[in-house]
Structure formats: C-alpha cells, structure tokens
Design a protein around this ligand. Structure first.
Ligand code: 2HA
Ligand code: ZN
Length: 274
C-alpha cells in the first residue's frame, strides 16, 4: 500500500488540518509525530526508500531503536499538509542505537523533520516506557488562549491545573493528572527536550510558557481532543478574566471530589485541590 492510502497517514493529515482549522498553527508553527506500530509500517513498506543518509538526532533515545515515526517537516506550513502531505511530512527510521535517523518517505522537495525532533523523540521514549507502549501521538501547537495565560499566572503546575480544571467541568475527566508548566526556553533545543521529558513522566500535557501546548496520547483523536480541551478551557478562563466583573462562583474542591467519584478518576491529582 502507498503511505498516503494508509489509515495512519490519513489520521495524521486530519489532525494537522483540524489544528489548522482551529487556528492553532500560524505559518509553520507546531509539529506532530506518530510512533508507527510495526504492523502498520509493514503495510506500507513497499512505498519506503531506504537509500537515504543517516543523520544525527542530536540526542540519544536507545529505547526507540529501530522504530519508525511519521513527522511534520521543519518550516512546513500546517495549512499545506492536507494539500501536499508528501512535501510537508516524512517518515523517519531511527537506527538501532537510537542516535541517528534517516528519511524513508516524504519531504519530496527536500527538507528536514521538525526542529523539535529531539523533544519529540525524548518524550516518546519516556511515554513509551511509562505507558507500556500505548502512547504514540505527540502534538505541539500554538493556541492563543493558553499562551495568553502564561503572561499573567505564576508558572506553576498546580496554578495552571486549577485554573483550567475550574474553567470547564469536563477538564479533570480529560486530564486528571493535571498539566505541567515549562518556563520559557529556546525552542527546538535539547534543554526544552530534557525539561519536557522529565515532566512528561507525570503529565500527558505540558504548557510551554509564551509558546504553546505539547501533549501526547494513544491515538490521533484523543491527542487532538486533549489539546483542544485545554485550549477551550483557557479560552473560558481568558473570557472570565476579561469581563471586568468579580467571579461569584466556581467549581469547588468538593465538586471535584464528586466528579472524581462519579467518573472513577482514580488518578485525579488530589494534592492540587488544596
Ligand atoms: O515552528 O512550533 O516550536 C515549529 C515550532 C517550534
Ligand atoms: Zn512551537
């Protein structure tokens, strides 16, 4: 089968387009990677080209040795992904040691995988180990309301988690572990990769201050849904704060505890309720 006929490539493209439609991706902002299961790579193997050169990843991910990833290309516009996926995306193979990659499909007019490849791979590695292999989709976007919140609130996990949980009832159901916050750092570098991978041990969604959302999930729909939920809640938060009227009521500690019981949220981070 051709790569673009596969269900995973179609889902990847749809995620990119959903993010574009929701204005999460100005210009070349954002990136996606998908850790492709062996059985899915086998279905498209005839369409892959293994003659490309190995290149340094810039970090070491030994637990991803031999794995294949579909990723967006560096500098490519999300608005183009649906129209010309083979020019804007690629599939990379990681070598057995986990220090080099080569492009085996896509970027037909040249280019490199996303500048955030080190962050993506290090976070995939952490989550692959923590999730028993279930985590596969990593999504990074630049939604306006989440970014706005990082200018006015202390950059603390608890503060952001509470603000988001309180702004929309279903948030604790969607991200019971809360959100982690990373202070401003140079994007695309190793430092932000290391800091994010450390926080990802605890969370599925991170907020990069003044930059955006970085989140991971098991499939395309739920990963996009996670980013979408966080941003929708941030939008409510920003609207409430912008109305110039005092907040008269909110979702209280006991309400969260009732929600945890009703939805069997065993992993709700209760220490964030006090
Ligand atoms: O432009 O979003 O963080 C791609 C990015 C880098
Ligand atoms: Zn970014």
């Amino acid at each position: 089968m051709r790569v673009l006929e596969s269900e995973f490539a179609q889902s990847f493209i749809r995620l990119a387009d959903d993010g574009w439609q929701l204005r999460f991706h100005e210009r070349n902002g954002g990136n996606i990677s998908y850790r492709i299961p062996n059985e899915e790579i086998e279905t498209v193997r005839e369409d892959l080209d293994f003659s490309g050169e190995w290149q340094e990843i810039g970090t070491s991910v030994p637990n991803l040795g031999g794995e294949f990833f579909m990723v967006t290309g560096s500098g490519k516009y999300f608005s183009d992904i649906k129209r010309i996926p083979e020019e804007t995306c690629c599939i990379v193979e990681v070598d057995e040691k986990g220090t080099e990659y080569r492009i085996v499909w896509g970027l037909t007019k040249g280019g490199r995988p996303t500048s955030e490849l080190p962050s993506h791979l290090m976070n995939h590695e952490v989550k692959k180990l923590a999730s028993g292999g279930k985590s596969r989709v990593l999504y990074h976007c630049h939604p306006a309301n989440v970014i706005a919140m990082t200018f006015v609130l202390p950059l603390e996990d608890k503060v952001f988690t509470r603000a988001l949980w309180e702004s929309m009832t279903e948030c604790p159901v969607v991200f019971p572990a809360g959100v982690g916050v990373i202070p401003w750092m140079v994007c695309g570098g190793r430092d932000i990769a290391v800091a994010s991978a450390e926080k990802m041990k605890e969370y599925d969604v991170l907020i990069w201050a003044h930059h955006g959302i970085f989140c991971i999930g098991e499939d395309f729909e739920s990963t996009f849904g996670l980013a979408h939920t966080v941003e929708k809640s941030a939008e409510v938060y920003v609207k409430v704060r912008s109305m110039g009227m005092p907040v008269l009521q909110t979702i209280e500690k006991q309400n969260f505890l009732d929600l945890a019981k009703a939805f069997a949220l065993d992993n709700l981070k209760k220490e964030f309720l006090d």
